[in-house]
Design a protein around this ligand. Structure first.
Ligand code: HEC
Ligand code: HEC
Length: 202
């Protein structure tokens, strides 16, 4: 009886102190957050129906987790993303990253073959004359990135361009060193070409 009593008072305490945010995130909860909060901008399954917002589908889970923590801590400043994550727990973030990373990614077919070819050459060889590093060295030969490196294959060209310009201006407030030194040597045409090429990659 004594054990029963203390167990029920523990349960009461647990009910009193547990908020919704602290409940373990089940698949329904994560799908609900995704559809009610994220997909209006990032598209169903994070597949990106609007080029203003990055695709999240197929993106590396660890990279997604890192970026969400960066937004939450304001290391990467985004007045749009920060409030979306403010009340989500670390567990929610990890589960959301897993959810989006396992949705299929749909690339956008390349429409300008010449621009695409220029982009491919830059991606694989860089530009030795101006010192632009070959992207594949870090982002991988198929542009799928790695644990902490973003996948670029299939991402919206407009978003890739925007981020490259932010790295140049240092207004993407994380990773100042690596991507700043790569992007700041690129011409406008190289930025457009590599973004066009990447958006068409599977
Ligand atoms: C009102 C529109 C909007 C909503 C809603 C929204 N996002 Fe975003 N998200 C953005 C924008 C804009 C960016 C690009 C931020 C930047 O670099 O300025 C972004 C970027 C991201 C990134 C970084 C992607 C990358 O490739 O670096 C992640 C991860 C992300 N959002 C996850 C989420 C999740 C998870 C939700 C739901 C909880 C969500 N977003 C809701 C607009 C939105
Ligand atoms: C020395 C390694 C390295 C090289 C070379 C490199 N990158 Fe990156 N890139 C990174 C890292 C690290 C990040 C993640 C930055 C962060 O965490 O904010 C990144 C991020 C990016 C992003 C942001 C993606 C997103 O989803 O928000 C783009 C776009 C990008 N790189 C394009 C390129 C292109 C194009 C090239 C070649 C011209 C290139 N990178 C070469 C290391 C590299």
């Amino acid at each position: 009886m004594r054990i029963k009593l203390s167990a029920s008072s523990l349960l009461l305490l647990a009910i009193a102190t547990t908020s919704l945010a602290a409940a373990p995130p089940g698949p329904e909860r994560i799908e609900k957050i995704a559809s009610e909060r994220c997909e209006s901008c990032h598209g169903q399954g994070g597949q990106g129906n609007n080029a203003m917002f990055p695709k999240l589908s197929g993106q590396n889970a660890n990279y997604l987790v890192q970026q969400m923590f960066n937004f939450k801590s304001r290391a990467r400043r985004s007045p749009v993303m920060e409030p979306q994550l403010a009340d989500l727990s670390g567990d929610d973030i990890v589960q959301l990253a897993r959810y989006f990373s396992t949705r299929p990614l749909k690339p956008t077919p390349v429409t300008d073959e010449q621009l695409g070819a220029l982009g491919r050459a830059l991606y694989m060889q860089g530009n030795p004359a101006s010192g632009v590093a070959a992207c594949y060295v870090c982002h991988g030969p198929t542009a799928r990135g790695g644990q902490m490196l973003p996948r670029l294959a299939g991402q919206h060209a407009d978003y890739l361009e925007l981020q490259l310009r932010r790295f140049i201006e240092r207004s993407r407030t994380t990773d100042q060193t690596l991507m700043h030194s790569v992007a700041s040597k690129m011409t406008d045409q190289e930025i457009r070409a590599v973004s066009h090429f990447l958006s068409g990659l599977d």
